[in-house]
Design a protein around this ligand. Structure first.
Ligand code: KIV
Ligand code: ZN
Length: 513
């Protein structure tokens, strides 16, 4: 293999990040962007875990073309059959079967003997292979397993038909040298025709370093997630792995990836917006400061030659979205055209709704950038999902002498509901009034305010995480006024809670890897 395959697990391991709960439409939107980005494999979910996961895998398998679509499964036949039922519609389906091989997992979690684990691996992979020729096997907690035993299980999996062997550092305990040694050991010990893969978690901040060390030792697939999302501290960050392989190809035997790197920033923004997880400002590659130069010496250097202080051209990763694309005089045509160029294809009602919102914003903000456009379109349409409530009106009064008060009007179908409330501040009052008007009251577990672009008229961007009766949802709102942005974010989260309430709750707490 002369390049490294990028296996994206944003929708599976990434979605296991605390507080993230994506619905089917949102997962589909992310999967479409991942296909545009050029990932080789999309791990779309864990179908046995919930009906929502099943539906998302099925929708992605049916509707997203280009990458291999993978579904995760334990070794039990019920898991595998369910995973296959969801993923079988893909042009190139993959079943990803896993079972733990470390002493602690076998004894304390699986309550199985090593012999039972071997038998499970053989039967599970054979079952998967009876459905598809593309089967991946992972010895969970592989890094903390006895290497000899883990290789024995891997050999059984390859003999039963596995075509990819993935070696997880499930708890992020590895250091690069040791992880590379383990990958080299597997290559040496396990005979057969298979692609060797890395899967590293970031508990020690070493996930990317470990993955790259794995590539240097012979791995040709890297499992990673956009913005480094994933269980606990996350998985290896896709954008960092890809740009390290590209920028330092000299250190990796000139192995490239199939990624269209100009799509990296947009993918990162989309995932951040839909998951409600903000991207750290100084995050490598996709952080807003990744190409900002603060000191005069650096600015001077970059002006005379970019390469004095930059190792990546911002355009290479799509970090130039701040150009002005539209203003208040722009018409529907220019608006639709800008969206099309950004890969956002809207038509009919969706286009009308987005255009109306754009006009409303353009009246208050002179210049609309690509990033602004992305934000308003995504917020307004929420990936095409059905919104029960809409914010119609918001009036707030406050200051240092008066009790902050808000009056809101929300649309609920064809009826209107009005409520007035006071609070600690104007945002608090607005949220209290919205809780009253919608009847959905919960705990705000996170509240984050930032600006989409810079300048006094920049759009305020608010992300909230709302928890109601054990259901969690994020919402995002953008507006030139942060109180309005917060209100929109709250309404977005409430709409998601309403949709979640309508879904059967069947996520089994104990099936997560
Ligand atoms: O971290 C892990 O071990 C996993 C496996 C299911 C691949 O996510
Ligand atoms: Zn994992």
């Amino acid at each position: 293999m002369d390049r490294v395959l990028i296996f994206d697990t944003t929708l599976r391991d990434g979605e296991q990040s605390p507080g993230i709960s994506l619905d089917v439409a949102e997962k589909l939107e992310i999967a479409e962007q991942l296909a545009r980005l050029g990932v080789d494999v999309i791990e779309a979910g864990f179908p046995i875990a919930s009906q929502g996961d099943f539906d998302a895998v099925e929708a992605i398998a049916k509707g997203v073309h280009g990458p291999v679509i993978a579904a995760l499964s334990r070794t039990g036949f019920a898991d595998i059959d369910r995973a296959w039922e969801a993923v079988r519609h893909a042009a190139r389906p993959r079943l990803h079967v896993f079972i733990a091989t470390s002493e602690i997992h076998m004894r304390k979690k699986l309550r199985m003997t090593p012999e039972q684990v071997k038998a499970e691996a053989a039967a599970g992979v054979a079952r998967a292979r009876s459905y598809t020729a593309d089967v991946e096997f992972s010895p969970e907690d592989g890094y903390r397993s006895d290497p000899e035993f883990m290789c024995e299980v891997c050999q059984i999996a390859v003999d039963a038909g596995a075509t990819t062997l993935n070696i997880p550092d499930t708890v992020g305990y590895a250091v690069p040298e040791d992880y590379a040694r383990l990958i080299a050991y597997v290559r040496e010990q396990v005979r057969g025709d298979y692609v060797l893969s890395t899967h590293c978690h970031d508990d020690l901040g070493l996930a990317v370093a470990n993955s790259l060390a794995g590539v240097q030792a012979g791995a040709r697939q890297v499992e990673c997630a956009v913005n480094g999302l994933g269980e606990r501290a996350g998985n290896a960050a896709l954008e960092e792995v890809v740009m390290a392989l590209r920028t330092r190809s000299d250190a990796f035997g000139n192995l490239g990836t199939g990624i269209r790197t100009e799509e990296l920033a947009r993918t990162s923004r989309l995932v951040s917006r839909l998951t409600g997880y903000p991207v750290q400002y100084n995050k490598a590659v996709v952080g807003r400061n990744a190409f900002a130069h603060e000191s005069g010496i650096h600015q001077h250097g970059v002006l005379s030659d970019r390469e004095t202080y930059e190792i990546i051209d911002a355009a290479t990763v799509g970090q130039t979205a701040a150009q002005i694309v539209l203003g208040k005089h722009s018409g529907r045509h220019a608006f639709a055209d800008s969206l099309r160029r950004m890969g956002l294809s809207l038509s009919g009602d969706a286009l009308n709704q987005a255009f109306a919102r754009f006009k409303e914003l353009a009246d208050r903000k002179v210049q609309i950038t690509e990033a602004d456009l992305e934000a308003i379109v995504a917020e307004e349409l929420g990936a095409g999902a059905v919104h029960r409530f809409g914010l119609v009106d918001l009036d707030v009064a406050g200051g240092t002498r008066h009790t902050p008060t808000a009056t809101v009007v929300v649309a609920d179908g064809s009826s209107r509901r009005e409520a007035t409330a006071t609070g600690n501040g104007m945002i608090d009052a607005a949220i209290e009034a919205l809780a009253e008007a919608t009847g959905v009251r919960g705990t705000l577990t996170d509240f984050n305010v930032s600006s989409v672009t810079s300048g006094g008229d920049a759009l305020g961007d608010v992300v909230v995480q709302l928890e109601v009766d054990g259901l969690r949802a994020s919402g995002r709102g953008v507006a030139t006024d942060v109180v309005e942005a917060a209100a929109r974010a709250y309404v977005g989260a409430v709409n998601k809670i309403v949709r979640l309430r309508e879904q059967p709750v069947d996520r089994h707490g104990d099936v997560g890897p």
